[in-house]
Design a protein around this ligand. Structure first.
Ligand code: TGC
Ligand code: FAD
Length: 392
């Protein structure tokens, strides 16, 4: 990729809504991404490899479990800080933000919220420091949007649980030391289990040939009579609300993250439009280019304000899952449309790795599907406003 000249758009002076600490956290993350991720991300994506060397640095900027208390290794930050960190990481690449989202919101959060004190002490500090990597197994080959139909299950064998089944599309699975797995117990109730690498019968084959999130390792989780120690059950939650509570945390982070990807596309396209000359003038001088750019900054600004307000509600513990769904859906779609428009502004150059546009665009095609598809989030809003569920 060409030199990273990113300058963050802030059309409505949102910086004034952030505290000095927020700005410091954001600027530290921004500097880290510019220095450590931007120089390597294009090659990692071309090779379809997760750049493992970035993990410790991500931990150092508080990317893993930003809101988890420091006594468990977390950064003990508020939700605006968490959002800003995700924004900066995804400005670099959605695949890297995915890795961090899974680690913090989908692995550390359930252990923190639903685990025993022993589980918290054992698992959270090495996950926060990046010494261990985690993944989250909810989706199955035949149960994506409808996780309540899952067939992965475990039987109580007295001394241990015997786990059988398979999960699909699992971010981090091939590189994970720890998997938080959602499976049905003898009563058919969904519970969370912590499955550790090396347990007999547990494998995590990688998913190949992705055109999206190429710098994120994706795979399956296969459980063939895995003996899971009883102390690895998350005792404090039962039912689908367990995994869905984790998704609230991750979807919140995505709402901010994708604003970063959109900002990167807009900033690159704006700069290019002022440099690229056709018909004797910069293409930024043509009305049709200005329409694209003006609409981009308008949509980014609206999404930034939505994030800020949602973050404030999260800090006050007043945000609802439906509000999070609306923000995730709106902002991912916004970012994907901006990536597509930005690619047009770049003409042929837009398809190359010289610029981040095509990479963001292809990444966002996954982000609009995972953590609840665009249409599922629309139905969640529909249910919230009408009181009528239209899922089945
Ligand atoms: P439903 O009957 O509505 O609810 C079952 C129970 O769950 C409660 N609940 C929630 N609790 C917390 N947060 C939420 N957002 C919740 N939504 C519902 C609900 O109150 C109920 O509780 P209780 O006590 O009455 O039992 O469930 P449903 O089966 O009708 O499904 C609803 C639906 C479709 C909205 C839900 O299943 C859904 O969100 N589907 C989408 C699946 C999804 O998002 N999968 C994501 C997999 S993980 C992933 O993609 C990671 S990508 C990571 C990365 O790389 O960044
Ligand atoms: P389906 O549920 O089969 O949906 C297919 C289409 O049908 C969609 O357009 C959907 O909106 C539509 N549809 C489904 N139901 C309805 C309905 N009731 N009404 C209207 N339309 C409907 N999962 C994990 O558990 N952990 C992970 O770490 C993880 N990481 C992922 C990483 C990547 C790169 C990807 C692509 C996915 C990941 N997922 C993960 C899985 C992801 O959450 C699912 O792909 C997603 O929830 C959709 O499920 P599905 O792919 O089975 O699609």
């Amino acid at each position: 990729m060409a030199t990273d000249n990113f300058q963050a758009p802030d059309y409505f002076l949102l910086d004034e809504l952030f505290t000095e600490e927020h700005r410091l956290i954001r600027d530290t993350a921004r500097a880290f991404i510019k220095k450590e991720l931007s120089p390597i991300i294009e090659e990692a994506c071309q090779k379809c490899e997760f750049p493992k060397q970035i993990v410790k640095g991500l931990a150092s900027i508080g990317a893993f479990g930003p809101t988890i208390p420091p006594q468990y290794g977390g950064a003990g930050l508020d939700y605006i800080s968490y959002g800003l960190i995700m924004q900066e990481i995804e400005r670099g690449d959605s695949g890297i933000r995915s890795m961090a989202s899974v680690q913090g919101s989908l692995v550390m959060y359930p252990i923190y919220a639903f685990g025993t004190e022993e589980q918290k002490k054992k698992f959270l500090p090495p996950l926060a420091s990046g010494d261990k990597i985690g993944c989250f197994g909810l989706t199955e080959p035949d149960h994506g949007s409808n996780p309540s139909g899952m067939i992965t299950h475990f039987k109580d064998k007295g001394d241990y649980y015997l786990l059988n089944g398979a999960k699909m599309w699992i971010s981090n699975s091939p590189i994970a030391d720890v998997a938080v797995v959602w499976a049905k117990d003898d009563r058919g109730i969904i519970r969370g289990l912590i499955v550790e690498k090396g347990m007999k019968g547990f494998t995590a084959p990688e998913t190949h040939n992705k055109w999206s999130l190429r710098a994120s390792a994706t795979g399956e989780l296969v459980f063939d009579n895995v003996k899971v120690p009883k102390e690895n059950l998350l005792p404090n939650v039962e039912g689908l609300k367990g995994p869905l509570s984790c998704l609230n945390m991750a979807r919140y982070g995505i709402s901010w993250g994708v604003v970063g990807a959109a900002m990167d596309c807009y900033d690159a396209a704006l700069r290019y439009s002022k440099e690229r000359v056709q018909f004797g003038r910069p293409i930024g001088g043509f009305q049709l280019t200005q329409k694209k750019l003006a609409e981009m900054i308008t949509e980014i600004t609206k999404a930034q304000l939505l994030c800020w307000r949602l973050g404030t509600l999260m800090n006050e513990k007043r945000a609802t899952p439906a509000q999070i769904s609306m923000a995730k859906r709106n902002n991912v779609n916004m970012a994907l449309q901006i990536a597509r428009e930005a690619r047009q502004i770049f003409g042929g150059m837009g398809i190359t790795g010289e610029y981040p546009i095509m990479r963001h665009m292809m990444n966002l095609e996954s982000v609009i599907t995972y953590e609840g598809t665009h249409d599922i989030h629309l139905l969640i809003t529909g249910q919230d406003i009408t009181g009528l569920a239209a899922f089945s």
